[in-house]
Structure formats: C-alpha cells, structure tokens
Ligand binder design. Structure first.
Ligand code: SAM
Length: 572
C-alpha cells in the first residue's frame, strides 16, 4: 500500500524544479521503489480523465471516506488496468474500499469505452491518449512558473541582469507556451502587470541549481498568493513607508510573511531593518519550515517567528502588540481552488460530491486516528527536502468529500480568526484570504465579519477597489454573489448561499479562478480598513476583553471549536 501513499506524496510535494523523474529518484523517505512509483503515476495520468469520470459516476468517494480523490484515482487505475491489480493485501481497508465497488467501476469503465466506439482496451487507450493530448494543448500555457524577486536580498533589476539575463521578454502569458518539444529549451519571461517584482517563466523552468534560488534572492510563489501582502502594504514608497507592526497569524510555510518583509524592505530601502512582523503558525512542524523560509529570505532582522502559536490565543491587549496596525490572515481552508503544478503530470481528479449529509454513520472523521497511514501534513516538505517552500506547499489538495458541514465548520473558524484580528486595538488594515472557490469560505465570511459587533463598533469596512494598490485595482476578477458553476463559469442560480454584500463590497473582493487565461488556481482575498483610527471605544473594548476571557471571539461558534480540532481544513 505504501506505493499509493508514496505516489500521492510525490504528487503533492513542493515542486521547486528538476525533472519529475529525477525528483522521484532523489526523494527521501519513500518506501516503494522509485521505478514502481514513476510507472504508476505516468500510466495512471494517461487515463486520468476517464478514471475521474468512472469514479465520479460510481460515486465511491461519498461512501468511502478513507479515499482521497488522488488515492482513489491511483488505486482504481491499478484495479481496472494493471495485470496484478492493487498492490496491497486483500484485507487492506483501502483495497477493500475500491474492490467493494468493482461491479459499478467495471460497468462505468465499459460504458466509457463503448461511448468512444472502442472494441478493445488497446483501442480505448489510443483514443484516451489522443483526447489527453488535445486537452493538454491548452492546459500548459495556463500554468506557468511564478517567481517573486525578494527585495531583501536582491531587486528585479538585478535579477533581470543575472538569473534572467538570457531570458527573452514576452508580452503575454500565452507566449510562455511554445510547442511541446521546445518547452524546456526556450527561456522566456513575462513581467507580471499586477504584482510588483513578480515574473512568469515556462512551467518547465528549473531554478533548483541557480544561486539566486539557493540564496533566497528569488522565491517560487504563485501569483494569487502574492495578492494579500500587496493588498495590505500597497504601493507605498520611502516617504510613506508602513510604520506600525504587522502580524501574519496563519503563516507557515511563510510565503506571505516573506513577501511582506520584501515589500517593507523595498519601502524602507535606506533604513536599518527592525523587528516589525510577528509571524506564527499553530502547527509546530510547519513552524519549522516557516522559520527556515524566513531565514533563507534574509528576513530574520524583520520577523519574530512564534512557533506553534495559536493566533486565537494571542491577547490583542498584550502590550507587545500595541503597535500592530496591519494583520494578514490566510487560515486553513478547503483548498478547493488548488490546481496541479508544473512538470508533475497534471492529473484530472474525481470531484468529491458536495453532499448535504454531515456525519456518515454518526462518526466524525478524525485526523491521526482513521487517517494514520495517510501522508503526513508535512510529508511534502520531508519527501523532497527542498530548502524553501514552493507554491504547492501552502495548501494540500482536498481529501475526502467536502460536505456542507465541513465547509460550515471551516468558515466558522475562518470568521473567528479574522474577527480576532479586527479586535487588535490599533489595527487599521487586515487582509483575509483563502485558496478556496467556495462562497461560504469567502464572500459569506466577509459578509459575516462586516455584520459583526467588533466591525460595527470599530468602523471596519472593505478596502474599495479604487483604494487598492494600482496593480490590484486593474485586476478584473471580483467577488461573486453566488457560487459559480465550474463548468460554465457562470454564477449558479441554484447556489444555496447568496453573499449579503453590496455591489461596492463585491467589487472590493478579489477572486482568481482556475482554467482561465490568468494562469492561476482558485483564490480569494479581501482587505478590511478602519476609517476611525485611534483608541477602541469603551463598549467594544469591554466586549473584546470578555470574548478573550471566555476564549471565544464569536459566541455562535463556541461549540464548533472542539470539532475544529478534529478537522481543521487543508493547510500545507
Ligand atoms: C493556508 S496555510 C497558510 C499559508 C501561508 N500563509 C503562506 O503563504 O505560506 C494555513 C496555515 O494556518 C495555520 N493555522 C490554522 N489555524 C491557526 C491558528 N488558529 N493559529 C495559527 N495558525 C493557524 C495552519 O497550521 C496552516 O499552516
């Protein structure tokens, strides 16, 4: 069974470059043989669309809670297409989870073959490969490799004349997608128009051996992930540089913390850096990566890392936070916006159904109990042993069925975390972001926050589009009132939740979607600002204090907090 877990770990691991094959062969901590893992992934990826469809139609993910979409795809590939079947003992629960549905799976697979007019599996394979090649023609240009220049150690100008000296500038993202045979040879570079110091290069570019990457002069960070720090710190210059302290409350592996530090360094070019950012993560394991990232980026003089610190347990009234004026919150989320990356085969995964039922058989899913042999939260770092976090490291791919109960729990926790941020007495700017596409985790959380007591009492509102930093003002994808139908890209009239936000507030929210020409996954960010700066009003102060004393920032989610400990979303 380790074969499937190892393959899943490889596919979800940080991807800082190198050929896919060499990364498998150089990976540590694998139990199965690299040759077997490589064969499984490459063969399964040829059939991904068909298998995803078969798994969805057989509807096994909503009953087999131990199966993640990725594990299901790999196991069903071996079950249906490899001579020896699933490489695990017959009694293994995951093997049984697939084989219990062998009749449905076989029937759906046969239907898929017949639909394509194929008499044999060989013919079917040829047809499937042709379909995949056609689909790939568009898939590749959409996902370039994004590279952010770190102003603490370098500058865009310096990198353009060193690391990217022999790169040819192109005017569009689409131009980064040359024909398949040229893809890895051409050195093309696109300067991003929305985020300062961000460039895109073809997805196969490898920086692992470049001095700039090893020294932390460049950081591999997705474009969408750069929105929050830029929205918070804006286009300030030397004269109006950010003055107060900053908090990154959910910070590991550290991309947004180091981005904040880079923006500060640029604004304060001449000044001696001072400790200005408190950066924390409740996970001790992930905090170690955070600390490594901060050091690699040269941000130690600016960042205090609070390892294993729960943001909700910070006392906003503590004197060490009295100068905190900006907070960035990027809490755990469903990860539903995450897409595959770079030279790792792009797998189309079966979509878990969003179901209404909450607790199958009355049992709750427990991490560490039921899931003891799933890849560990941190396995992606451990497996590849990269010196810094890569884009795919910020979150994991969704596992299991994302049902409405889970989304509700996540959104409660997200709202609690941001509400806590709004209660810092001298805070004037807060950003909230997720890599989820679900309205309930995004616009609906924002609407709840705007309606909260602390927001009303302290005068928090959204940072309007016309007030946003120039690059983000130009960004055209804005908040939605209803969940989108992902196939048509249109807001669904059937969507159960409707965001109670004004048109101006929807315009203030920024969205990214996968599958369009922007080259990003799904992402959401909104900025909160406070007009009435200064001291907290007395009633608000008392409310904040009593909430804190009760260990609760929002009354109606008290009961959720224990449950949140059991399953708190995708976070690496
Ligand atoms: C989406 S990830 C953050 C990614 C990070 N902002 C970056 O850009 O690299 C969410 C993180 O929040 C952490 N987290 C969740 N709840 C938390 C809490 N109450 N306090 C502190 N950290 C928390 C998780 O451990 C996880 O590492």
């Amino acid at each position: 069974m380790s074969l499937y877990f190892d393959a899943a770990a490889i596919l979800t691991a940080p991807s800082a470059g190198g050929s896919f094959k060499s990364r498998i062969y150089s990976a540590r901590n694998l139990r199965a043989s690299p040759a077997q893992i490589y064969a499984l992934i490459t063969e399964a990826s040829k059939w991904d669309r068909v298998l995803a469809d078969v798994i969805e139609k057989a509807d096994i993910l909503s009953v087999e809670r131990k199966l993640t979409p990725l594990l299901a795809l790999l196991l069903v590939y071996d079950h249906l297409l490899s001579k020896k079947g699933i490489a695990a003992p017959a009694a293994h629960p995951l093997r049984q989870a697939v084989e219990r549905h062998k009749v449905r799976l076989k029937a759906e697979f046969t239907k898929a073959r017949v639909r394509r007019g194929c008499a044999t599996v060989e013919q079917f394979k040829t047809a499937v490969l042709r379909e995949k090649r056609e689909a790939d023609g568009t898939a590749h240009f959409v996902y370039p490799r994004w590279v952010r220049v770190n102003n603490i150690r370098s500058s865009l100008e310096k990198q353009l004349s060193t690391t990217f000296a022999d790169y040819q500038r192109v005017d569009t993202l689409a131009a980064l997608a040359p024909a398949e045979d040229e893809r890895t040879k051409l050195k093309l570079l696109y300067l991003d128009p929305n985020i300062p110091d961000l460039v895109a290069v073809p997805f196969g570019a490898d920086f692992t051996s470049s001095p700039a990457y090893k020294n932390g002069e460049i950081i591999l960070q997705d474009k969408a992930s750069c929105f929050p720090a830029y929205l918070l710190l804006g286009d300030r210059g030397f004269k109006d540089a950010w003055q107060g302290d900053l908090v990154d409350g959910c910070a590991a592996p550290g991309n947004k913390t180091t981005h904040m530090a880079s923006l500060l360094a640029k604004q304060q070019k001449q000044k001696k850096p001072r400790k200005q950012i408190f950066s924390m993560d409740s996970s001790k394991v992930r905090s170690k990566t955070l600390q490594k990232m901060v050091s690699l980026a040269g941000a130690d003089p600016m960042v205090t890392v609070l390892q294993g610190q729960d943001f909700l347990a910070l006392d906003p009234m503590d004197s060490q936070f009295e100068d905190v004026s900006g907070l960035l919150l990027d809490p755990s989320c469903s990860g539903s916006g995450i897409v595959g990356r770079d030279d790792v085969p792009q797998l189309t995964l079966p979509q878990p159904k969003v179901v209404k039922s909450s607790k199958p058989n009355g049992k709750k899913r427990k991490r560490g109990a039921e899931d003891h042999d799933e890849p560990e939260e941190s396995s992606s770092n451990v497996t590849m042993g990269q010196p810094s976090a890569a884009p795919s490291d910020e979150n994991d791919i969704p596992s299991g069925t994302i049902d409405n109960d889970r989304l509700t729990k996540l959104s409660n926790l997200q709202a609690r975390i941001v509400e806590h941020a709004l209660s810092f007495p001298n805070a004037t700017h807060v950003t909230y972001s997720t890599c989820s596409i679900h309205l309930i985790e995004n616009e609906a959380v924002v609407a709840r926050l705007l309606a909260s007591d602390v927001a009303k009492e302290r005068g928090w509102r959204l940072l309007r589009r016309d007030e946003q930093p120039e690059g983000l003002r130009k960004w055209k994808h804005r908040g939605v009132r209803r969940d989108r139908d992902m196939e048509t890209g249109v807001e669904s009239e059937e969507s159960e939740s409707v965001a109670a936000l004004s048109e101006v507030d929807l315009e203030a929210c920024l969205r990214c979607w996968s599958g369009d020409a922007e080259g990003l996954g799904g992402f959401f960010v909104a900025g909160f600002v406070r007009d009435s700066e200064g001291a907290v009003t007395e009633p608000a102060k008392m409310k904040i204090k009593s909430d804190h004393d009760n260990g609760n920032a929002e009354g109606d989610v008290t009961d959720e907090s224990n449950e949140d400990e059991e399953w708190d979303g995708f976070s690496d």
